[in-house]
Design a protein around this ligand. Structure first.
Ligand SMILES: NC(=O)c1ccc[n+]([C@@H]2O[C@H](COP(=O)([O-])OP(=O)(O)OC[C@H]3O[C@@H](n4cnc5c(N)ncnc54)[C@H](O)[C@@H]3O)[C@@H](O)[C@H]2O)c1
Ligand SMILES: O=c1ccn([C@@H]2O[C@H](COP(=O)(O)OP(=O)(O)O[C@H]3O[C@H](CO)[C@@H](O)[C@H](O)[C@H]3O)[C@@H](O)[C@H]2O)c(=O)[nH]1
Length: 454
């Protein structure tokens, strides 16, 4: 199938490259000329494991990038709209969706063959049919369902694992205004045998996406609330959640006898909070939507409140030992909101670093991938280091903010330091007896050692 993908950010570019890998001819469209040029040279504008090689393989063969939306729509049968839908504090900001819908509508006016426009961006229930469709119909002078199709195909990929998630999804949701639109989407995903396909209407597709992210965010805030209680009563939250997680309803056992998620606490890992461009934005957007339609989302408000307080807990752990941060040397490890990405949007490291700087701490930082982005955010207020050793040199306290694998060798480095620093583990990724002065989220100072064999 000939496909155009409008918006070549995390979702657009990954979708484009993976669909090309499945044999489709894909034209990527973006307003950002620099991105378009990079893509055409086979260089990914974002850091995402495996993306560069897939792009290099497909560019010029099955992937082409352009700023020319008209050409892209005329030369394709289906367009995926993957532009940003930021939350503006009151509701999701649909300005990019509106602009693209109008532009695509005008192009459809001159297109004689049947075309399907698919919302890939995350939008609150009702948006595709109540916002996108009227704009498309007005601009094209045509009728949805008769002259063109409309679909809603939410994306569930995680940054850092985006390629794997796209190529091997848990399910694919095919929302459409009519059977013909859903059939066109089904044809797009023909190359994903064995994956559950959910054929539904656009509003349900939109609701599935928000419900999914809201549940995952709820699990994390739940674990954090339990973690905060654990820290008060002398229990280690890692042990508590490990015991919870072994419930086969949370980590199913395969026919082979193996656990689906044998070692990681999937969305039950307490820590310094969830960040990223999705959970905070999407949960807040659903709360705002609930309020708008008269159905208050009280549980989700608590999810956000717990998450917003979590970064401060890292600072509280530092302040137990350094009540006055003025002149205290603090190393912040990890700026990305999670490992495997250069994305620092809504990363808990941002408020933590802001407060450290404002209280006079001497802050150094290291992130294996997101240094450039973080330097742009903090400028000279933070000393960024090229490596882990440089960041922790002479530190009084070290804050582990992102679960980067590179930080696993911290105990070895700390052992070589003249004065043992306080290590505050915001991801509970280090063994608590691996450094002399260890503190962690969800762990009381006197927490007994675990009796669980893990
Ligand atoms: N990032 C994720 O992991 C993820 C996962 C699932 C869903 N989503 C959702 O997907 C959508 C896109 O997210 P993202 O992270 O890829 O966004 P992004 O900001 O990385 O990318 C959006 C792209 O759209 C381009 N754009 C804006 N206006 C345009 C226009 N008129 N024509 C062409 N291009 C235009 C921008 O230049 C940018 O490259 C959002 O709704 C988001 O909530 C994101
Ligand atoms: O047990 C956990 C799991 C995650 N996190 C944090 O939660 C955030 C989000 O992590 P993750 O879900 O891995 O990354 P995202 O790329 O934000 O992906 C989420 O948001 C995307 C955008 O909507 C969806 O497509 C994905 O399905 C959904 O997992 C990160 O800050 C993690 O550190 C925790 O604190 N504890």
């Amino acid at each position: 199938m000939n496909v155009s993908v409008v918006g070549t950010g995390y979702v657009g570019l990954v979708s484009a490259v993976c669909l090309a890998e499945k044999g489709h001819q894909v034209i990527c469209v973006d307003v950002d000329e620099a991105k378009v040029d990079q893509i055409n040279q086979g260089i990914s504008p974002i850091y995402e494991d495996g993306l560069d090689s897939l792009l290099e393989k497909n560019v010029g063969v099955r992937v082409l990038a352009t700023t020319d939306l008209r050409r892209a729509v005329l030369d394709s049968d289906l367009s995926l709209i993957a532009v940003g839908t930021p939350f503006d504090g009151n509701e999701i900001d649909l300005k990019y969706v509106r602009i693209v819908s109008e532009q695509v509508g005008l192009i459809l006016k001159e297109k004689s063959s049947y075309h399907v426009v698919v919302m890939k961006s995350t939008v609150v229930p009702g948006t595709t049919e109540e916002v996108m469709v009227p704009i498309l119909e007005k601009a094209s002078g045509k009728l949805v369902g008769r002259d063109f199709g409309v679909g809603m195909n939410p994306e569930f990929l995680r940054e850092g694992e985006a390629i794997q998630d796209f190529l091997y999804p848990d399910r694919i949701v095919l929302g459409g205004v009519d059977k013909r639109s859903v059939d066109a989407l089904a044809a797009l995903y023909e190359g994903f045998p064995g994956v559950d396909l959910i054929r539904t209407n656009t509003k349900t597709a939109e609701m599935i996406k928000y419900s999914s992210n809201s549940l995952l965010a709820t699990l994390i805030s739940f674990s954090n609330e339990i973690g905060n209680l654990c820290a008060k009563v002398g229990v280690d939250v890692v042990d508590a959640m490990h015991g919870v997680h072994l419930d086969r309803r949370l980590s199913p056992i395969l026919a082979t006898g193996e656990r689906v998620y044998p070692s990681s606490l999937t969305y039950l890992a307490a820590g310094c909070g969830f960040g990223g461009s999705c959970f905070p934005k999407d949960v807040k957007a659903l709360i705002a939507y609930g309020k708008q339609v008269g159905s208050p989302m009280e549980l989700l408000q608590a999810v956000i409140d717990i998450n917003s307080a979590q970064p401060q807990r890292m600072l509280d752990l530092v302040k137990e030992q350094y009540p006055n941060l003025d002149g205290v040397k603090v190393a912040v490890l990890g700026m990305a909101f999670k490992p495997g990405t250069d994305d620092i949007r809504e990363s808990p490291s941002l408020p933590v670093t802001d407060i450290l700087v404002s209280e006079g701490a001497l802050v150094s930082a290291f992130d294996p991938i997101a240094r450039h982005e973080a330097e742009g955010r903090f400028g000279s207020a933070v000393r960024f280091s090229d490596d882990l050793e440089g960041a922790i040199e002479g530190a009084d306290a070290i804050l582990v903010m992102t679960r980067w694998k590179q930080f696993e060798r911290l105990p070895e480095l700390v052992a070589g330091m003249a004065k043992a620093p306080l290590v505050v583990d915001g991801r509970r990724m280090l063994a608590k007896d691996s450094v002399p002065r260890y503190r962690g989220i969800g762990l009381a100072p006197d927490a007994s050692l675990s009796v669980i064999d893990r």
